[in-house]
Design a protein around this ligand. Structure first.
Ligand code: MF3
Ligand code: CO
Ligand code: CO
Length: 286
């Protein structure tokens, strides 16, 4: 027998796993736990709250669902969420001091949210061995108009990417849809981080780029599962990772936002596994 390294299904020549019809229900269960946790954390986001406390609550919620955190113990990471405030692009560490933004000379030196902060909360859970990975933006208090606009453009960019998901389209079509929309709004797409295949693993092929050209990259097939998770900056796209080896910030320290869904390619289009059960995916909803 020829050992392919997979115990069922098949993988494409790009190494992308093709899942079975019955696997969609498993992904839906995992995705809905992650999405429900983001629904439930919303009421805890307010000025004066700390990112450390938000992560503590998320850790409890993961356990209450009988799920496992995919991020605790992942490459040495120790938290059930990433919380990325203002100009933090991704992988912000809950409980760590919020790094100084362009507008705050010395920084606040703590993890306390203040009025007008925008923050991404990213949660990945494992349910019965399947991974659900989703993130959205939240606002502490009242957003500044430019911050609100960034959040809306980033959300809409993710949905434009998802609209390009159907068999026969390519990953380049997804990236192009996102990039074209974001740049038309005079904002920029981060190149240094991408979406990823997932399923019974956290990060698998392909790299899902949030920029690109129509018709490029691998062709989408029914049964592919992956995330789309564009990061959009108000300034330039360049990022840098801080000395903690996780926190990525914008080099120009201008604001950044991100939304993430886990999706599957169906025969006719797309199945979004991480839709908000409460319809609260975008901050102003509900
Ligand atoms: N959930 C993140 C993603 O979208 C990964 C976080 S890995 C961590 O891929 F270790 F930083 F938590
Ligand atoms: Co992800
Ligand atoms: Co994520």
């Amino acid at each position: 027998m020829f050992e392919t390294g997979s115990h069922d299904g098949r993988t494409t020549r790009e190494g992308i796993r093709i899942h079975a019809r019955e696997d969609f229900a498993c992904m839906h269960r995992a995705g809905q736990v992650a999405a429900r946790i983001l629904d439930d954390i919303a009421e805890h986001v307010f000025p004066g709250q700390t990112t450390g406390e938000l992560d503590r609550l998320i850790t409890e919620m993961v356990a209450a669902h009988g799920a496992t955190s995919a991020t605790i113990g992942y490459r040495g990471y120790q938290h059930a969420s990433c919380i990325s405030v203002n100009h933090v692009v991704c992988h912000g560490i809950p409980g760590s001091p919020i790094p100084p933004s362009k507008h705050e000379g010395r920084g606040r030196g703590n993890d306390v949210l203040i009025d007008g902060d925008i923050l991404n909360i990213d949660v990945t859970v494992i349910v019965d061995g399947w991974f659900g990975d989703t993130s959205r933006m939240f606002v502490a208090g009242r957003p500044k108009p430019f911050a609100e606009r960034l959040v809306k453009v980033t959300h809409d960019a993710l949905m434009k990417g998802i609209e390009a998901v159907r068999p026969g389209n390519t990953f380049g079509d997804i990236g192009h849809a996102i990039q074209a929309y974001v740049e038309a709004q005079r904002m920029s797409v981060v190149r240094d981080f991408c979406g990823h295949g997932l399923g019974r693993v956290f990060h698998a092929p392909p790299n899902v780029l949030h920029y690109g050209r129509p018709g490029r990259e691998a062709t989408l097939e029914e049964g592919m599962f992956f995330t789309i998770e564009p990061m959009v900056n108000l300034g330039r796209p360049e990022t840098k990772v801080l000395a903690d080896d996780w926190t990525a910030i914008t080099r120009d320290r201008a604001l950044s936002a991100q939304f993430e869904h886990s999706v599957g390619v169906t025969a006719s289009g797309v199945d979004i596994f991480t839709l908000s059960p409460a319809g609260r995916f975008y901050p102003s909803m509900g």
